[in-house]
Each structure stands twice: as C-alpha cells, then as structure tokens.
Design a protein around this ligand. Structure first.
Ligand code: ADP
Ligand code: MG
Length: 358
C-alpha cells in the first residue's frame, strides 16, 4: 500500500543513488555524498552522464551553499524566516542527501520536554532492574549522535527557553552525559543538527545567547520575483494537477499568476507598480499559501467544475488565506478589492468571484 506522503529519501531514491555513484569529490566522513553533490540535489542540474536532477529549492544558490558548508563545521545550522519559506522542506532534503535519512526529527512545541531531546526511561524496566542501558529510551537526537547522522529540530523557538538550552552541551561537547549510568554518549563524525525557527509566530521563545553561538543562521527569504514564485508554485502543484489530469496550460498559469500578484502585493504592502500603499493582513501570505489555494482550486475544478481552473475555483481559497481575522483582515481585503482589483480590467472575473463571497 502506498503511503500518503513519502520521505525525501524515498521519493528521490534514484537521484540520490545516481548522485552518490558518480561522486568524484571528497566525501566528509559518514556523509553519503560530497557537499557539492548535496548542493546539486537541492538546486537541481544535469550531471556529466546526462542524468537530470530535479530542483528542490528554488532561490538563491549561495544560501544553500552556506547551509551545506555549515554542516561540515562544528556549528549547527539554523534555518530562520517567516512561515512557508521552505525551511522544513530544505531541512528534509539536506538530511536525506547527507545522511540518507530525514526521519530523525524532534518537533518543537511548547510542551517539548528535556526527555524528548536527551533520553527517557522505560519505567517497567527501571523498576525491575534499576537504571541500565536496557531501561534507557533513546531519542532521535541520541540515535543521530551514535550513527553520525543529521538530526532535524523543527520549530526550535516554540520550545521553552530552559529546554532549548539542553542542546548547548550536545552542540558544544558533542556528547550527551547519562549521569544515572555514569557514562556518556559521544557523537561520531557526521552528526550535526538542522533547526528551523519562525520569527512570526505566537509563543516565540528567543534563543539564548549561549545557544545562538552554536548556530550559523541562514535566513530564507520570500521569493524575490514573481517568476521565481511562479516556479515554486508550479513545481509543487504539478504533481496534484497530473493526478487530477488537469495539465497546467496557459489559462491556469494566468490564474496562478494573479493569485501570486495579489499575495505579493498584500505581503509587501504596496502594489507592483509602486503607486498604491496597502495594509497587510495579519497572517503570512507565503508561497505555501499560494500552493494550497491552487491545490484547493484544482480539486474544486476537477470534482465540481468543468476541469479547467476558473476564478470561481480560486476565490474561496484566496479569501480563506487572506482573511484570518474576521474583523481586521476583512477590512484590509475589502479595501484591496475596491481600490486595486476592481480597477484592473484583466482582473474582472476574479474580482467578481471574490466580491460574491463577501
Ligand atoms: N524557495 C522555495 N523553493 C521550493 N519550495 C518552496 C520554497 N519556498 C516555499 N516552498 C514550498 O512551500 C511549502 C511550505 O514550505 P515549508 O518548508 O513547510 O515552510 P516553513 O517550514 O518555512 O514554514 C513547501 O511545499 C515548499 O515546497
Ligand atoms: Mg516548517
């Protein structure tokens, strides 16, 4: 039975195999390929033997170089930025390329405890035999240290500050003391950590200075140009469109382009021509939101429409993404509708579809 979502190392198994087979560059100890090949896996490209590697990250190559290079040093990597800029996406693909395994993961929440980072105890064993190696419950962090792999830490800044600091010893000593057993787990080469963090979320706990110093921070930006954003969106919705037998022909691309323009304008607080200032809505409007609006539109159109992406299929999704706060955002949205969208001739159908829904 096929799983609902495949991990990067499953989905891109062939690419990863070809990349490590043709490797000519030096491979860091316990890595599956050289940093250069990891970069090719991320950015895509054609290999010498003609094999095409698909692009995963669309954007500045230099940022990916810095991210990958960081992992060969004794510093950990922090991917930082607003939601939906591809932080988790990049971290998954780097882990798949470097370690062949993107599943060693700690999800940071307000309830993340020290035990889920260091280790826990199997209480039945503990009561029966006392503290022993058998009673120790390993965490993904511990396993990554022992196997020389990449550990992913999602949403690090949601974790309470004192729990975050558990990472300091792990990142500076590269060891995890287990005082109960009078021993320590020492990390072997290849171990490192990729954390992701938001700066635009409720309940953010700043990293302490001591912890920050253990990281190199790479800020992932929102896409610079409309074309770049269109590439990101089409590369992500392509699979869905194919499954629904709805090729993304010209008219669908025009629909998608308009959503991107609307989101970019509201995000930046100014129209593309630089003439009209706008208020921004409370939520984030990243490429991830465009992707879900388009996916929703494709689904509506395939199941209840005529199989062509229309502005009616997009309107509900657009409003859902923009109006997160029923009072404040509704004002922002209505203003945008009447002062921008209404005046654009080529927006007539999408304007009417959106207007009908408010
Ligand atoms: N620059 C980018 N290149 C490729 N995909 C991107 C980019 N930015 C966003 N995405 C897409 O947006 C979606 C959300 O990204 P995600 O990694 O979950 O965001 P974050 O963790 O930053 O909140 C993913 O499907 C990803 O493919
Ligand atoms: Mg994320």
């Amino acid at each position: 039975m096929e799983t609902l979502r495949q991990h990067s190392e499953q989905l891109y198994k062939e690419e990863l195999e070809v990349l490590s087979k043709q490797e000519k560059n030096k491979i860091p100890e316990n890595w599956n390929m050289s940093p250069r090949s990891v970069l090719t896996f991320l950015m895509g490209g054609k290999l010498k033997n003609g094999f095409e590697v698909s692009p995963k990250y669309i954007g500045d190559k230099r940022l990916m170089e810095i991210a990958v290079a960081t992992l060969t040093t004794d510093r950990a990597l922090l991917l930082y930025g607003i939601p939906g800029t591809g932080k988790s996406w990049v971290s998954e693909h780097i882990a798949a390329a470097v370690s062949g395994d993107s599943t060693l993961l700690v999800q940071g929440t307000a309830g993340t405890s020290e035990e889920s980072i260091r280790y826990g105890w199997n209480y039945a064993q503990l009561l029966a035999k006392g503290p022993s190696k058998e009673a120790l419950v390993e965490t993904p962090v511990m396993r990554a240290m022992q196997d020389g792999k990449i550990i992913r830490f999602e949403e690090l800044t949601r974790v309470p500050a004192e729990v975050q600091d558990t990472l300091i010893t792990i990142l500076s000593e590269k060891a995890l003391p287990v005082p109960e057993l009078n021993m320590e787990i020492a990390a072997i080469k290849g171990f490192n950590l990729i954390a992701t963090a938001n700066n635009r979320d409720k309940g953010v706990n700043e990293l302490s200075g001591a912890l920050k110093r253990r990281f190199n921070t790479v800020i992932l930006p929102t896409p610079k140009t409309e074309q770049e954003e269109l590439n990101i969106v089409t590369s992500r919705v392509g699979a869905m469109a194919k499954a629904m037998e709805m090729p993304l022909e010209k008219s669908s691309l025009e629909q998608i382009k308009r959503v991107i323009t609307i989101f970019r304008e509201l995000r930046s607080g100014i129209t593309e021509d630089g003439k009209t200032k706008l208020k921004s809505p409370s939520g984030t409007l990243s490429s991830a939101e465009v992707i879900s609006v388009v996916n929703q539109g494709l689904s509506l159109s395939a199941h209840f429409g005529n199989g062509v992406l229309t502005s009616e299929d997009m309107a509900a999704g657009i409003i859902g993404a923009i109006v997160k706060d029923p009072v404040q955002d509704a004002i922002v949205w209505k203003e945008y509708l009447s002062s921008v969208m209404k005046k654009r001739k080529e927006y007539r159908d999408i304007y009417l579809s959106c207007k009908e829904l408010i």
